[in-house]
Design a protein around this ligand. Structure first.
Ligand code: SAM
Length: 375
Protein backbone atom coordinates (compact mmCIF):
# COMPACT_ATOMS: atom_id res chain seq x y z
CA UNK A 1 0.00 0.00 0.00
CA UNK A 2 1.15 3.51 -0.71
CA UNK A 3 -0.11 6.78 0.71
CA UNK A 4 -2.72 6.64 -2.00
CA UNK A 5 -4.29 4.17 0.42
CA UNK A 6 -5.74 7.34 1.92
CA UNK A 7 -8.40 7.05 -0.71
CA UNK A 8 -9.63 4.11 1.35
CA UNK A 9 -8.55 5.06 4.85
CA UNK A 10 -9.42 8.43 6.15
CA UNK A 11 -8.56 9.39 9.69
CA UNK A 12 -11.10 10.45 12.29
CA UNK A 13 -10.74 14.18 12.70
CA UNK A 14 -11.33 15.88 16.02
CA UNK A 15 -11.75 19.57 16.66
CA UNK A 16 -10.69 20.77 20.07
CA UNK A 17 -13.31 23.11 21.50
CA UNK A 18 -11.29 26.19 22.41
CA UNK A 19 -14.18 27.40 24.62
CA UNK A 20 -13.45 24.53 27.00
CA UNK A 21 -9.92 23.28 26.54
CA UNK A 22 -6.75 23.42 24.47
CA UNK A 23 -5.10 21.09 21.98
CA UNK A 24 -2.26 20.48 24.42
CA UNK A 25 -4.62 19.60 27.26
CA UNK A 26 -6.67 17.25 25.10
CA UNK A 27 -3.66 15.41 23.81
CA UNK A 28 -2.30 14.93 27.32
CA UNK A 29 -5.65 13.64 28.62
CA UNK A 30 -6.06 10.05 29.66
CA UNK A 31 -7.63 9.04 26.38
CA UNK A 32 -4.72 10.15 24.26
CA UNK A 33 -1.85 9.87 26.75
CA UNK A 34 -0.70 6.53 25.30
CA UNK A 35 -0.88 7.82 21.76
CA UNK A 36 2.21 8.54 19.74
CA UNK A 37 2.47 11.57 17.57
CA UNK A 38 3.15 10.83 13.92
CA UNK A 39 4.52 13.16 11.31
CA UNK A 40 1.95 12.74 8.55
CA UNK A 41 -1.51 11.44 7.80
CA UNK A 42 -0.24 8.40 5.95
CA UNK A 43 1.77 7.34 9.03
CA UNK A 44 -1.57 6.89 10.73
CA UNK A 45 -2.10 3.71 8.77
CA UNK A 46 1.23 2.42 7.66
CA UNK A 47 3.01 1.50 10.86
CA UNK A 48 2.73 -0.98 13.68
CA UNK A 49 0.25 0.53 16.12
CA UNK A 50 -3.05 2.33 15.86
CA UNK A 51 -2.62 4.52 18.94
CA UNK A 52 -1.38 7.51 17.05
CA UNK A 53 -2.36 11.04 16.51
CA UNK A 54 -1.40 13.56 13.92
CA UNK A 55 -1.91 17.25 13.95
CA UNK A 56 -1.11 19.67 11.22
CA UNK A 57 1.09 22.18 13.01
CA UNK A 58 0.63 24.68 10.25
CA UNK A 59 -1.78 27.52 10.84
CA UNK A 60 -3.89 25.86 8.15
CA UNK A 61 -5.79 23.73 10.66
CA UNK A 62 -5.44 25.03 14.20
CA UNK A 63 -7.08 23.09 17.06
CA UNK A 64 -7.62 20.01 14.94
CA UNK A 65 -6.06 16.58 15.12
CA UNK A 66 -6.58 13.19 13.56
CA UNK A 67 -6.59 9.68 14.98
CA UNK A 68 -7.12 6.25 13.52
CA UNK A 69 -10.81 5.86 12.66
CA UNK A 70 -11.14 2.66 14.68
CA UNK A 71 -11.11 4.56 17.98
CA UNK A 72 -14.46 5.12 19.61
CA UNK A 73 -14.46 8.68 20.79
CA UNK A 74 -18.14 9.03 21.62
CA UNK A 75 -17.85 7.08 24.88
CA UNK A 76 -15.02 9.28 26.10
CA UNK A 77 -15.48 12.01 28.72
CA UNK A 78 -13.82 14.65 26.57
CA UNK A 79 -16.43 14.06 23.90
CA UNK A 80 -19.35 13.82 26.31
CA UNK A 81 -18.37 17.09 27.96
CA UNK A 82 -18.04 18.93 24.65
CA UNK A 83 -14.30 19.48 25.02
CA UNK A 84 -13.69 17.70 21.75
CA UNK A 85 -16.03 17.64 18.76
CA UNK A 86 -16.10 15.11 15.95
CA UNK A 87 -15.79 17.21 12.86
CA UNK A 88 -14.02 16.48 9.63
CA UNK A 89 -11.10 18.74 8.79
CA UNK A 90 -12.76 19.83 5.56
CA UNK A 91 -15.83 20.95 7.50
CA UNK A 92 -13.55 23.15 9.65
CA UNK A 93 -12.32 25.13 6.65
CA UNK A 94 -15.18 27.68 6.33
CA UNK A 95 -14.80 29.16 9.83
CA UNK A 96 -11.02 29.22 9.42
CA UNK A 97 -11.36 30.95 6.06
CA UNK A 98 -13.93 33.45 7.38
CA UNK A 99 -11.51 34.25 10.19
CA UNK A 100 -13.85 36.49 12.20
CA UNK A 101 -11.96 38.64 14.71
CA UNK A 102 -12.40 38.07 18.44
CA UNK A 103 -15.46 39.93 19.67
CA UNK A 104 -17.08 40.23 16.23
CA UNK A 105 -20.61 39.38 15.14
CA UNK A 106 -21.21 36.52 12.73
CA UNK A 107 -24.30 35.08 11.11
CA UNK A 108 -24.31 31.35 10.37
CA UNK A 109 -27.07 31.31 7.76
CA UNK A 110 -27.69 27.54 7.45
CA UNK A 111 -26.57 26.35 10.82
CA UNK A 112 -27.82 22.92 11.96
CA UNK A 113 -26.52 20.66 13.32
CA UNK A 114 -24.03 23.29 14.43
CA UNK A 115 -20.49 22.12 13.78
CA UNK A 116 -19.58 25.39 12.16
CA UNK A 117 -21.67 27.44 14.59
CA UNK A 118 -19.72 26.13 17.57
CA UNK A 119 -16.47 26.54 15.68
CA UNK A 120 -17.37 30.19 15.00
CA UNK A 121 -18.25 30.66 18.67
CA UNK A 122 -14.80 29.42 19.64
CA UNK A 123 -13.21 31.87 17.20
CA UNK A 124 -15.17 35.00 18.18
CA UNK A 125 -14.86 34.13 21.89
CA UNK A 126 -16.90 35.28 24.85
CA UNK A 127 -17.16 38.89 23.66
CA UNK A 128 -18.42 37.88 20.25
CA UNK A 129 -21.84 36.96 18.94
CA UNK A 130 -23.04 34.25 16.56
CA UNK A 131 -26.56 34.22 15.16
CA UNK A 132 -27.31 30.64 14.11
CA UNK A 133 -30.16 30.56 11.61
CA UNK A 134 -31.91 27.27 10.90
CA UNK A 135 -35.07 26.79 8.88
CA UNK A 136 -35.87 23.27 10.04
CA UNK A 137 -37.30 23.17 13.58
CA UNK A 138 -36.18 19.65 14.41
CA UNK A 139 -32.66 20.31 13.21
CA UNK A 140 -32.64 23.62 15.11
CA UNK A 141 -33.29 21.68 18.32
CA UNK A 142 -30.26 19.52 17.65
CA UNK A 143 -28.31 22.69 16.98
CA UNK A 144 -29.37 24.10 20.35
CA UNK A 145 -28.21 20.94 22.11
CA UNK A 146 -24.88 21.10 20.34
CA UNK A 147 -24.43 24.75 21.28
CA UNK A 148 -25.20 23.94 24.93
CA UNK A 149 -22.80 21.01 24.96
CA UNK A 150 -20.05 23.19 23.50
CA UNK A 151 -20.61 25.78 26.25
CA UNK A 152 -21.49 28.42 23.66
CA UNK A 153 -24.99 29.48 24.83
CA UNK A 154 -23.88 32.96 25.81
CA UNK A 155 -22.27 33.55 22.44
CA UNK A 156 -24.81 31.89 20.14
CA UNK A 157 -28.38 33.03 19.57
CA UNK A 158 -30.32 30.35 17.73
CA UNK A 159 -32.94 31.58 15.31
CA UNK A 160 -35.12 28.51 15.21
CA UNK A 161 -37.38 27.66 12.29
CA UNK A 162 -36.17 30.82 10.60
CA UNK A 163 -35.47 31.14 6.91
CA UNK A 164 -32.20 33.02 6.40
CA UNK A 165 -33.70 35.02 3.54
CA UNK A 166 -36.27 36.51 5.94
CA UNK A 167 -33.57 38.25 7.98
CA UNK A 168 -33.80 41.83 6.86
CA UNK A 169 -33.63 45.34 8.21
CA UNK A 170 -34.75 45.66 11.82
CA UNK A 171 -33.27 42.33 12.89
CA UNK A 172 -30.13 42.56 15.09
CA UNK A 173 -28.45 39.93 12.95
CA UNK A 174 -28.87 42.24 9.93
CA UNK A 175 -25.96 44.36 11.16
CA UNK A 176 -23.41 41.55 11.23
CA UNK A 177 -20.06 41.99 9.54
CA UNK A 178 -19.27 38.32 8.87
CA UNK A 179 -21.46 35.60 7.42
CA UNK A 180 -20.89 31.88 7.00
CA UNK A 181 -23.12 30.17 4.44
CA UNK A 182 -23.11 26.40 4.29
CA UNK A 183 -26.40 25.69 2.56
CA UNK A 184 -27.93 22.39 1.58
CA UNK A 185 -26.09 20.70 -1.28
CA UNK A 186 -25.97 17.40 -3.12
CA UNK A 187 -23.42 16.04 -0.62
CA UNK A 188 -21.49 14.46 -3.46
CA UNK A 189 -18.22 14.92 -1.53
CA UNK A 190 -19.43 12.94 1.45
CA UNK A 191 -17.58 9.71 2.07
CA UNK A 192 -19.38 6.60 3.03
CA UNK A 193 -19.32 6.02 6.74
CA UNK A 194 -17.53 2.91 7.90
CA UNK A 195 -17.96 1.39 11.31
CA UNK A 196 -14.63 0.11 12.44
CA UNK A 197 -14.50 -2.95 14.60
CA UNK A 198 -11.30 -2.65 16.61
CA UNK A 199 -11.39 -6.33 17.55
CA UNK A 200 -10.79 -7.15 13.91
CA UNK A 201 -7.71 -4.97 13.78
CA UNK A 202 -5.29 -7.75 14.68
CA UNK A 203 -3.38 -5.57 17.11
CA UNK A 204 -0.62 -4.82 17.79
CA UNK A 205 1.04 -5.79 14.55
CA UNK A 206 -1.53 -4.85 11.96
CA UNK A 207 -0.26 -2.16 9.70
CA UNK A 208 -3.44 -1.49 7.87
CA UNK A 209 -7.03 -1.37 8.88
CA UNK A 210 -9.43 -4.25 8.17
CA UNK A 211 -10.03 -5.09 4.59
CA UNK A 212 -13.78 -5.46 4.84
CA UNK A 213 -15.14 -2.83 7.20
CA UNK A 214 -18.89 -2.81 7.44
CA UNK A 215 -20.61 0.05 5.71
CA UNK A 216 -23.77 1.81 6.69
CA UNK A 217 -25.85 3.69 4.22
CA UNK A 218 -26.51 7.24 5.30
CA UNK A 219 -30.00 8.53 5.03
CA UNK A 220 -31.06 11.81 3.56
CA UNK A 221 -33.02 13.57 6.21
CA UNK A 222 -34.96 15.91 4.03
CA UNK A 223 -35.65 16.36 0.41
CA UNK A 224 -33.27 19.19 -0.23
CA UNK A 225 -30.18 18.49 1.71
CA UNK A 226 -27.64 15.98 2.60
CA UNK A 227 -26.19 16.27 6.06
CA UNK A 228 -27.51 13.65 8.36
CA UNK A 229 -27.47 14.20 12.07
CA UNK A 230 -26.61 11.61 14.65
CA UNK A 231 -28.32 11.50 17.99
CA UNK A 232 -25.31 13.28 19.44
CA UNK A 233 -25.97 16.22 17.20
CA UNK A 234 -22.78 16.33 15.25
CA UNK A 235 -22.87 16.10 11.54
CA UNK A 236 -21.80 12.59 10.85
CA UNK A 237 -18.23 13.08 9.83
CA UNK A 238 -17.12 11.43 6.72
CA UNK A 239 -14.66 8.71 7.47
CA UNK A 240 -13.19 6.28 5.07
CA UNK A 241 -13.92 5.16 1.59
CA UNK A 242 -14.29 7.47 -1.32
CA UNK A 243 -17.36 5.84 -2.71
CA UNK A 244 -20.44 8.00 -2.56
CA UNK A 245 -23.79 6.44 -1.92
CA UNK A 246 -27.10 7.90 -3.00
CA UNK A 247 -26.17 10.48 -5.51
CA UNK A 248 -29.09 12.17 -7.11
CA UNK A 249 -26.90 14.50 -9.04
CA UNK A 250 -29.12 14.73 -12.05
CA UNK A 251 -28.86 17.91 -14.05
CA UNK A 252 -32.25 19.05 -12.74
CA UNK A 253 -31.38 18.50 -9.11
CA UNK A 254 -28.03 20.26 -9.42
CA UNK A 255 -29.74 23.17 -11.17
CA UNK A 256 -32.33 23.51 -8.44
CA UNK A 257 -29.71 23.28 -5.68
CA UNK A 258 -27.59 25.83 -7.48
CA UNK A 259 -30.55 28.25 -7.78
CA UNK A 260 -31.19 27.91 -4.05
CA UNK A 261 -27.50 28.39 -3.18
CA UNK A 262 -27.31 31.50 -5.38
CA UNK A 263 -30.40 32.95 -3.65
CA UNK A 264 -28.81 32.43 -0.22
CA UNK A 265 -25.59 34.19 -1.23
CA UNK A 266 -27.38 37.07 -2.96
CA UNK A 267 -29.39 37.66 0.18
CA UNK A 268 -26.17 37.75 2.22
CA UNK A 269 -24.70 40.28 -0.23
CA UNK A 270 -27.44 42.69 0.86
CA UNK A 271 -26.42 42.80 4.55
CA UNK A 272 -25.37 46.44 4.94
CA UNK A 273 -22.26 45.95 7.10
CA UNK A 274 -21.11 42.63 5.73
CA UNK A 275 -17.46 42.57 4.77
CA UNK A 276 -16.61 38.85 4.53
CA UNK A 277 -18.88 35.96 3.55
CA UNK A 278 -17.83 32.36 3.14
CA UNK A 279 -19.80 29.99 0.97
CA UNK A 280 -19.18 26.26 1.27
CA UNK A 281 -20.55 22.92 0.13
CA UNK A 282 -19.64 19.30 0.69
CA UNK A 283 -20.16 18.83 -3.04
CA UNK A 284 -17.59 18.09 -5.68
CA UNK A 285 -19.84 19.33 -8.50
CA UNK A 286 -18.85 22.55 -10.26
CA UNK A 287 -22.57 23.37 -10.67
CA UNK A 288 -22.77 23.95 -6.90
CA UNK A 289 -19.32 25.48 -6.57
CA UNK A 290 -17.51 27.51 -9.26
CA UNK A 291 -20.72 28.00 -11.29
CA UNK A 292 -22.43 29.45 -8.21
CA UNK A 293 -19.46 31.77 -7.68
CA UNK A 294 -19.68 32.95 -11.30
CA UNK A 295 -23.43 33.47 -11.09
CA UNK A 296 -23.33 35.58 -7.92
CA UNK A 297 -20.38 37.68 -9.10
CA UNK A 298 -22.25 38.43 -12.33
CA UNK A 299 -25.23 39.71 -10.32
CA UNK A 300 -26.24 43.36 -10.11
CA UNK A 301 -26.01 43.42 -6.32
CA UNK A 302 -22.43 42.10 -6.36
CA UNK A 303 -21.44 44.89 -8.73
CA UNK A 304 -23.38 47.59 -6.85
CA UNK A 305 -21.96 46.62 -3.47
CA UNK A 306 -18.47 45.78 -4.67
CA UNK A 307 -18.42 42.10 -3.73
CA UNK A 308 -15.48 40.09 -5.06
CA UNK A 309 -13.52 36.95 -4.19
CA UNK A 310 -10.75 37.24 -1.64
CA UNK A 311 -7.37 36.61 -3.28
CA UNK A 312 -5.50 33.49 -2.37
CA UNK A 313 -2.66 35.40 -0.69
CA UNK A 314 -5.12 37.17 1.63
CA UNK A 315 -6.94 34.08 2.87
CA UNK A 316 -5.88 31.88 5.77
CA UNK A 317 -5.97 28.79 3.56
CA UNK A 318 -3.47 30.17 1.05
CA UNK A 319 -1.07 27.25 1.53
CA UNK A 320 -3.65 24.60 0.64
CA UNK A 321 -2.69 23.22 -2.76
CA UNK A 322 -6.05 22.41 -4.35
CA UNK A 323 -7.81 25.49 -5.69
CA UNK A 324 -10.93 26.27 -7.74
CA UNK A 325 -11.30 25.06 -11.31
CA UNK A 326 -10.71 28.00 -13.62
CA UNK A 327 -12.26 26.13 -16.55
CA UNK A 328 -15.58 26.15 -14.67
CA UNK A 329 -15.63 29.94 -14.38
CA UNK A 330 -16.11 30.66 -18.07
CA UNK A 331 -19.55 32.23 -17.44
CA UNK A 332 -17.89 34.88 -15.32
CA UNK A 333 -17.86 38.20 -17.16
CA UNK A 334 -14.25 39.13 -16.38
CA UNK A 335 -10.85 38.78 -18.05
CA UNK A 336 -9.13 35.38 -18.11
CA UNK A 337 -6.53 36.77 -15.69
CA UNK A 338 -9.24 37.75 -13.23
CA UNK A 339 -10.91 34.35 -13.68
CA UNK A 340 -7.60 32.76 -12.68
CA UNK A 341 -7.31 35.00 -9.61
CA UNK A 342 -10.85 34.02 -8.56
CA UNK A 343 -10.24 30.31 -9.15
CA UNK A 344 -7.09 30.58 -7.02
CA UNK A 345 -9.12 32.24 -4.28
CA UNK A 346 -11.40 29.19 -4.06
CA UNK A 347 -10.45 26.11 -2.07
CA UNK A 348 -11.31 22.60 -3.14
CA UNK A 349 -10.77 19.41 -1.17
CA UNK A 350 -11.01 16.14 -3.01
CA UNK A 351 -12.49 13.03 -1.46
CA UNK A 352 -9.04 11.49 -1.51
CA UNK A 353 -7.18 14.30 0.29
CA UNK A 354 -7.68 12.69 3.69
CA UNK A 355 -9.50 15.65 5.23
CA UNK A 356 -12.73 13.73 5.68
CA UNK A 357 -14.53 14.35 2.41
CA UNK A 358 -14.78 16.44 -0.73
CA UNK A 359 -15.42 20.10 -0.05
CA UNK A 360 -15.50 23.56 -1.58
CA UNK A 361 -15.13 26.94 0.12
CA UNK A 362 -14.73 30.49 -1.07
CA UNK A 363 -14.61 33.82 0.73
CA UNK A 364 -16.35 36.87 -0.74
CA UNK A 365 -15.09 40.25 0.43
CA UNK A 366 -15.72 43.92 -0.07
CA UNK A 367 -14.43 47.12 1.40
CA UNK A 368 -16.63 48.49 4.18
CA UNK A 369 -16.07 51.79 5.91
CA UNK A 370 -15.68 51.54 9.64
CA UNK A 371 -15.40 48.52 11.86
CA UNK A 372 -17.81 45.84 12.99
CA UNK A 373 -20.96 47.66 14.06
CA UNK A 374 -21.84 45.23 16.80
CA UNK A 375 -18.35 44.99 17.98
N1 SAM B 1 -23.34 24.24 8.73
C1 SAM B 1 -23.91 23.02 9.29
C2 SAM B 1 -22.84 22.35 10.14
O1 SAM B 1 -21.65 22.51 9.87
O2 SAM B 1 -23.20 21.63 11.08
C3 SAM B 1 -24.45 22.12 8.21
C4 SAM B 1 -25.50 22.81 7.39
S1 SAM B 1 -26.42 21.73 6.33
C5 SAM B 1 -25.35 21.52 4.99
C6 SAM B 1 -27.59 22.89 5.67
C7 SAM B 1 -28.63 23.35 6.68
O3 SAM B 1 -29.26 24.50 6.14
C8 SAM B 1 -29.75 22.35 6.92
O4 SAM B 1 -29.88 22.15 8.30
C9 SAM B 1 -30.98 23.01 6.35
O5 SAM B 1 -32.16 22.70 7.07
C10 SAM B 1 -30.63 24.47 6.50
N2 SAM B 1 -31.31 25.39 5.56
C11 SAM B 1 -31.63 25.19 4.26
N3 SAM B 1 -32.21 26.28 3.75
C12 SAM B 1 -32.23 27.21 4.71
C13 SAM B 1 -32.71 28.57 4.78
N4 SAM B 1 -33.26 29.15 3.72
N5 SAM B 1 -32.58 29.24 5.94
C14 SAM B 1 -32.02 28.63 7.02
N6 SAM B 1 -31.57 27.36 7.02
C15 SAM B 1 -31.67 26.65 5.88
Amino acid sequence: KTPTGLTTFNPRWIRVNALKTTLKESLSSQMFSAFQEVGGMSDMFFSEVVRKYYYPKAELLPDIFAIHPSHDVTSNELYKSGEIILQSASSCLPAIMLNPPKGSTVVDGCAAPGNKTTHLAALVGSNGKVFAVERDRRRAEILERMVAKAGAEKIVTTLKATDFTTITEGHTAWKASYLLLDPSCSGSGILQRVDWDISKLNLPSSNVAPSQPSKKKRKRDDSSQKCSVSQHGEQETQHVDEEVQDSDTSKERLQSLSDFQVAIILHAFSFPNAKRITYSTCSIHAEENEHVVARVLNSEIAKERGWGVQSREDNPLSTWHRRGLVGELSELQVSPKEQQRIADGCVRVSRTDGLGGGFFVVCFTRQVDGEDQLG
